[in-house]
Design a protein around this ligand. Structure first.
Ligand code: ZN
Length: 494
């Protein structure tokens, strides 16, 4: 399991912060290896994504020293140069360049080896960020309707306000918020999202945006009637999504049983039998553990207040991990939001190696949302050290001040100086892509992958550590590129 091994390697390398060591053997290795990686990635990308003639691309790559073919390539190529390029699967490149051809990364290397079509100056080119957990339909909760950070930090009070917001707005309000938040995500350098939706309300906004996506339809309800209603709505939506629309919009549907405290066990089993990618909130707060263990506590009071409590409800298990790891529930891809209160003895179950039949399991950690509710420290370090894939999410604007994964990465780094820059950047890009089964297409700058990029302004400092320049500043994302085209910022390649 390459990515799992990579996680362990990066954690070890993390102690040597700033040494520029990310993943072993990525771009920058022998050209032969690069070609074979490229061909494999291209082949996978072609089957998973757009139709693509990788044989032609291979011919071009093999012949890159041939001036005749070089001339032919130039007709469709564009080379971007910048002060630093972060391929993620390989060390950062000072004065680097990325050549884009037909929407794909064709070459990554030193700027001196190619002629530049567009110099981005004192900036970093990184892979587009992957937001591994968000709810684009939700808006900020503050009393003035804009500043979510003013809301109370008690998570159950917060849940009450989220329920009020969702009950107060119709489908049109969800779509309007989704459009605004999809645009904000693009401007923040995000090129892929794991979005959670109410019966597909965000699908149109996400699908028409320059974003890759898995859109998880929420299933919720301890009471049987409510569970049937929400699962029926989810399936009605999924049934109407045509395969060709998925290809055209680079998005596909999934299912999300909301959380063990809100969703009956049979909905988890129904989701696991669907064959779709799955997501759930798991081990999010101490009250959830208390409810699963005792069928009591503050969450029960809250559910009774909402009229959502079911006297006959029995949890799948008192251990949240069992909601995704017990029996048939393992037979699915699971992207787990939070996981803060997972029992340490269950961590091994979340290693890629512990998943069956090639299924994938990963944890989406949302650092700023986590901090807002004053939780116990998140076990991301312990999970990573065991080879578990931990990626980054923003959660929604109802709990996070922005939808920027770069902001999450910087927040994480400020709170944990021992976490290596290479690891943080990989959590913000490649690990999310892996969790969403898109790592053959996006998540790193590697020939054959889609040219999904973020351009981040860098400070006028001479720091030797490029990760310090990228992650210790508060300078913004200045442009986004999706499939080789600028989708935000002042530049164009046309
Ligand atoms: Zn969430």
């Amino acid at each position: 399991m390459i990515v799992g091994e990579a996680a362990k390697f990066i954690v070890r390398a993390g102690a040597r912060r700033g040494q520029g060591q990310a993943l072993r053997g990525g771009f920058g290795a022998a050209a032969e290896a690069a070609v074979s990686d490229w061909i494999r990635a291209s082949a996978l990308a072609a089957s998973a994504d757009r139709c693509h003639d990788f044989r032609t691309l291979r011919d071009r790559f093999d012949a890159r020293e041939s001036s005749w073919k070089r001339k032919r390539m130039r007709t469709s190529e564009a080379t971007l140069t910048a002060r630093w390029v972060f391929p993620v699967e390989g060390p950062p490149i000072e004065h680097g360049c990325v050549t884009i051809d037909h929407g794909r990364v064709a070459w990554v290397g030193r700027a001196s080896e190619r002629s530049s079509d567009l110099d981005l100056g004192n900036a970093a080119i990184t892979p587009g960020f992957v937001n591994a957990h968000t709810h684009l339909e939700l808006s900020a909760l503050g009393s003035d309707g804009r500043d979510g950070t003013k809301a109370a930090c008690d998570e159950i009070d917060w849940l009450r306000r989220v329920v009020e917001q969702r009950r107060g707005g119709g489908r049109e309000a969800l779509l309007t918020a989704s459009r605004r938040n999809a645009a904000a995500s693009v401007a923040a350098g995000t090129t892929m999202v794991a979005d959670t939706t109410t019966a597909g309300a965000s699908w149109e906004a996400v699908g028409s945006s320059p974003l890759r996506a898995v859109v998880f339809a929420e299933m919720i309800g301890l009471r049987r009637g409510r569970g049937l209603e929400t699962s029926q709505e989810a399936w009605d939506w999924i049934g109407g999504v045509k395969p060709e629309d998925q290809v055209a919009s680079c998005a596909r549907p999934g299912l999300s049983p909301h959380a063990p405290y809100s969703t009956a066990g049979w909905l988890y089993y129904q989701a696991a039998h669907s064959g779709l990618p799955l997501s759930t909130h798991l081990a999010e707060m101490p009250e959830e553990i208390e409810l699963l263990r005792d069928r009591g506590g503050r969450l029960r009071g809250f559910l009774e207040e909402l009229g959502a409590w079911d006297e006959g409800w029995e949890p799948i298990s008192a251990r949240p991990a069992e909601y995704v790891r017990r029996g048939e529930l393992r037979e699915a891809d699971w992207l787990i939001a939070h996981g803060t209160y997972l029992d340490e003895s269950d961590f091994w179950q979340f290693r890629p190696e512990a998943a069956v039949n090639g299924h994938r399991v990963a944890i989406a950690y949302c650092p700023r949302t986590h901090a807002r509710f004053g939780h116990a420290s998140h076990p991301y370090r312990e999970l990573l050290s065991r080879g578990v894939i931990v990626c980054l999410g923003t959660d929604s604007l109802a709990s996070s001040p922005s939808l920027s994964i770069l902001d999450e990465a910087r927040f994480l780094r400020r709170g944990d100086a021992t976490l290596g820059g290479p690891l943080i950047l990989t959590m913000a890009t490649l690990f999310g892509a892996w969790a969403l089964r898109a790592d053959a297409v996006t998540g790193s700058l590697k020939p054959g992958k889609s040219a999904d990029l973020a351009v981040v302004a860098l400070p006028d400092l001479d720091d030797e550590d490029p990760y310090a320049l990228l992650l210790d500043s508060d300078l913004p994302v200045v442009a986004s590129v999706f499939e080789g085209k600028f989708t935000s910022g002042p530049w164009s390649l046309d």
